[in-house]
Ligand binder design. Structure first.
Ligand code: SAM
Length: 251
């Protein structure tokens, strides 16, 4: 059974190209992932299909009205086949819990996910209080709309769905999967503009390659994201490698 995403947006066309490209495009083509983009404007009652209005109390900008968002979500929910279970209804918002590897893994356990994209100054608070079951931010900055944030969630969650990645090993070795950033990667040519690929990677010695990669992952994480090192579950071997890294860095 495919994993399904239902996106509620006033710009469904925004998703056309990203959903055709790369891994996600292939997963959709192969029927492993399904993405349905629903135009919130289609659910606006007025003849002019108005989806926003002035904020009560005054102030800058417009606010997305609650009625079309509730109608769109409730309509799709009512038509959803029971085999998809009860989907989380996620409001994309800079005020939500911050999206990361663990949240992506958690969301991938659902068969269907609803994603509501805000615009303008945001959405009427009653959407947050009485319709959304979760609120997700993709980082501490403000986007002009929820569409790029929804796309980030769809992409990262899809990578956990069996069959989407050609090589499931990537899931286990990539950055964050084991609490560390991934080691540096190289491909041909062996020498590019005088810069050589580390010789150990050409040695064919798998144990030495594993050790080099692990040490570089630890080095990279320690330099760039010391917060991750503090939380990572490190083996005795890792701790030895980390000591070597610290000595090399003079720490
Ligand atoms: C301009 S923003 C509204 C920001 C809102 N006035 C505030 O200060 O919290 C418009 C929409 O973009 C989306 N958005 C903006 N930043 C986001 C972020 N960091 N993560 C997820 N969605 C975001 C949300 O859907 C939001 O409703």
């Amino acid at each position: 059974m495919p994993m399904r995403f239902d996106v509620f947006t006033i710009f469904p066309e925004w998703f056309e190209t990203p959903l055709k490209c790369s891994l996600l495009g292939k997963a959709i083509e192969r029927g492993i992932i399904e993405v349905y983009c629903h135009n919130i404007r289609d659910y606006a009652e007025e003849k002019h299909k108005v989806v926003d209005d002035y904020p009560y109390g005054g102030g800058a900008g417009m606010v997305m009205k609650p009625e079309p968002i509730f109608s769109a979500v409730e309509h799709v929910l009512a038509e959803l086949s029971p085999e998809y279970g009860k989907p989380p209804i996620i409001l994309l918002s800079p005020q939500g819990r911050v999206f990361n590897h663990e949240v992506a893994a958690e969301l991938s356990q659902h068969r269907c996910i609803f994603l509501i994209c805000g615009h303008y100054e945001g959405v009427d608070e009653r959407v947050r209080e009485h319709l959304a079951t979760d609120e997700i931010s993709v980082g501490d900055y403000v986007l002009s709309g929820g569409e790029p944030a929804a796309m980030v969630v769809i992409d990262a969650v899809s990578r956990f769905v069996p069959g989407v990645l050609g090589n499931r090993e990537s899931l286990l070795s990539e950055s964050f999967a084991n609490g560390l950033l991934e080691h540096p990667q190289y491909t041909r040519p062996r020498v590019f503009r005088g810069w050589e690929v580390p010789s150990v990677l050409l040695s064919g010695n798998h144990k030495a390659i594993w050790r080099w990669r692990r040490k570089e992952a630890l080095r990279r994480t320690m330099i760039r994201r010391p917060d991750l090192i503090e939380k990572a579950k490190l083996s005795d071997e890792d701790l030895k490698l980390l000591e070597e890294v610290k000595a090399e860095l003079g720490r």
